[in-house]
Design a protein around this ligand. Structure first.
Ligand code: NAG
Ligand code: ZN
Length: 158
């Protein structure tokens, strides 16, 4: 009986350490106001933040991570900056972003004004600043949009 209890504790310890690791993910902190990379949920007005969420006839191809307007945005790991990547063809106040690569991944981040579009950054260094999303989508949970260059689901990295 005592051995059984001991074994259960051991098993639990192993399982929990691996789930903590998984929840930490590949992406380190993105925004100054959201240390744990909390994801955008759903709201009645604008929809949901998960990959594959409906956007009219289209599909949401990224994952939204909560980020307050004006937040400092950080490199989630050591990255190379591959140039500008804009979310919209029609310009507005949040039509800026950047293509990044690192850890064997290529991804785009939208709604951010980067300090520069080329070069490299170490994990935790400043990429730039979250743009004023509330001025374009009043009441939306402000967020950055992370989209893999190959359009695959980024959720497993968070
Ligand atoms: C992002 O940059 C990489 C490296 O320059 C490039 O290969 C890739 O095509 C770009 N991806 C997108 C979706 O812009
Ligand atoms: Zn999005």
């Amino acid at each position: 009986m005592r051995l059984y209890i001991l074994f259960s504790f051991l098993l639990l310890a192993v399982i929990c350490s691996s789930c903590v690791d998984a929840s930490r993910g590949t992406f380190g902190r993105l925004c100054s106001s959201n240390p744990s990379n909390r994801k955008r949920g759903c709201d009645n007005r604008y929809g949901c933040g998960h990959y594959g969420a409906r956007r009219g006839n289209r599909k949401h191809l990224g994952l939204d991570i909560l980020c307050a307007d004006g937040d400092t945005v950080y490199a989630p790991f050591d990255v190379k900056l591959n140039g500008i990547s804009r979310p919209y063809s029609k310009n507005n106040a949040i039509n800026d972003g950047i293509n990044l690569s690192g850890k064997g991944l290529c991804f785009k981040m939208f709604y951010v004004k980067p300090d520069r579009y080329t070069g490299t950054l170490k994990k935790g260094q400043r990429i730039g600043r979250m743009l004023r999303m509330q001025s374009v989508y009043p009441g939306i949970p402000s967020h950055v949009h992370i989209q893999m260059c190959d359009r695959s689901d980024p959720t497993k990295y968070f």
